[in-house]
Design a protein around this ligand. Sequence first.
Ligand code: CU
Length: 781
Amino acid sequence: MFNRQLPLLAVALSAAALTAAQLESHKAGSFEDGGDTQVSAMMMFLGNTEKVYILDKSEGNAAKFGDFPAMGAVYDIASRKAETMAVSTNVFCASGMHLPNGSFATFGGNGAIGKGGNVSDITYPGQQYAGLYDTVYGDYDGTKAIRILNPCKDGDDFSSPNCQWFDNASLLSMQSQRWYSAAEPMGDGTVVLIGGFTNGGYINRNYPNVDPATEGGAANPTYEFFPANGRQQQTMQFMIKTSGLNAYALTYLMKSGKMLVQANYSTILWDPLTNEETDLPDMPGQIVRVYPASGANAMLPLLPENNYTQTVIFCGGIYLPDDQWGNYSWPFADTWAIAASKKCHTITPEPEDGSAVEYVEDDDLPVSRTMGQFIALPDLTMLVVNGGANGTAGYSTRTLNTLELPFGMSLASEPVGQPAIYDPSKPKGQRWSTAGFDTSSIARLYHSSAILLPDASVLIAGSNPNVDVNLTAPFPTTYKAEVFYPSYFAAATRPSFTGAPSTLSYGGDPFDLKVSADSYSGSANDAADNTTVVLIRPGWTTHAMNMGQRSMKLNNTYTVNQDGTITLHVSQLPPNPNLFQPGPALLFVTMSGIPSNGSYVIVGSGNIETQPTQAASVLPASQRLSGVTGSGSSSSSSSSGKNDNTNGATSHTGAIVGGIIAAIAAVGILGAGFGIWMARRRRAAAQQASSLSYPMGTAPGGAGGVASSARAGGPGGLRSSDSSAFVPLSQANGSTTWGANASSLSLNSPYYDDPRTASGEFDPYHQNAPRMSTNQARGPY
Ligand SMILES: [Cu+2]
């Protein structure tokens, strides 16, 4: 027993050392060099407390995996170094989401493309614009792909298939092609995938818009489920109503199980189980927030004090008259010269008091912003980073009237390098601040991304408004990451705690966390009164969105102990999984606005299933104790934290002690979590009636059917990847027998998920579910 624990302790100590080192003197409000991401970070997600996974479109990245430009990388948070990973299908502008067990899935993408964004050199038989595989870039058609990854850590074998992407559309794919689809989980962990292009373009319509449902086959007005469990995709009327500006629709699951869906300037509440739509008010001023207007949007922190009322905020984006939005090819306006919106609006789709639903104008952004994105912070504020003051997302070779664009292919200009913080707890008129925030010199425009890290800093990366790698464009393909340090990094002491659970439930018995005495200074009673427990899901980031991002304050009471420690009695989540869907999250203790490191936790059962719920947690009364004080360094920031930034202050050694404790606690917890996860996998495997094993392969997914178009000015330069190229298309070919023509490729394209289990569903958690690339050359791992 003792011997078995030694290795874990060793790991814990080394991890602690790294964490402590990183906590040294980060200047609040500053950006630090985050290293090189190897692939441009169009998409990112936090896999666990050590690794961020990064995905890019197929393009000419210098970094390779095997013989081909890499599309994927795993980024080590502590060392700020990334290593390439195998991804075989073109993950260009996919959607993505966590799964309840902590895995992540990405959905769809583009067809195979080659150099310059042109259609791949191998296309589907008889379909010259439907990219199947490119022999130079090595990417397969990703339009129907479902890719799944189990995040791994340093103690794991990264060369194992279990640490690699599962990316094999012959085994698992969507029912139809989706590029720029929405992805939103339901309360049971099922992911709903909505809409998208079949091939792409600037916006999802021809003009004039005579076929708003399908645009001749270029638009996908349907939704489907993953896992499908036999359910076939259905048409969603809202996708037709919002035709054109409906890609990457903005989706938020509400407590009733319905979803807020916002696209174009329309809004509905939608029941994904019955496909019923209820109209909600239009966006005021017809400001567009969905791609490519790309306004920042997020659900505000869920708070017990207002019974977890779900309010969604939209900021920025842009208004253009309908005819200026253009079509698949390009905008009909010179967007880079048009100011984005400064406006913010909130909506509470299911008000507690049953009052009428309406958009409410909130404080203006400090500056106009397209492609800003909200990051939920553990002090319950919302940070906005990235984007530009003018224009839109997307890229193009030209617009209707301008043949030579001033900023390369970028349709946005004037990068906004200064973050801004929104504090929903402040009175109207005082909610936005940029005080103390540095301005980054790196443009973060189209195809940039940002995500919260476990130490409560923010990783910012990407930007690439270019059809292929372009290092000399005014806004070049960007590989350099930055880490932004919010105001609370001015604190001399950051809280640390032990006792974090590896799982949380919906209702049920509360749990205790013990906050160390060196987490705070001054009166323990006061510190305890100003302590909150905050759960954050950082989400899956792309295109100025963090899909699935949520933050929730958990109820707590406390007991002040004689030794200065504070025991927090913390509620489980409220007994409604629709408020915070099952899956991975970070648990923070925030004292007077200063957060601890986040501890990794799985919310819910870990399975895609109706989540068990119990009665809401009942907390014991708080126990105060006079005369007890904390032993932490006195804070260099004001006790109210949050926006009261102390410009230029740095954290001190007090944080290091806290960091070590937190890291040891976190490693112990993660070790336990991993054990549980492995046990689950073994149990799941044991439950398989037939332990199937599947052939490894890298077959492409989708039936083709696509289009692309002649590049402006000439028929020669066909490309499927950029917005300046579109021709209405041939219909999808649903054949499942492609194999004959490309002997080196294991080709087939199932139209539906193959049944994999006794219940008829492919089971990505099955221990024999194949992962990527055991038959390919390996990267440094
Ligand atoms: Cu994109």
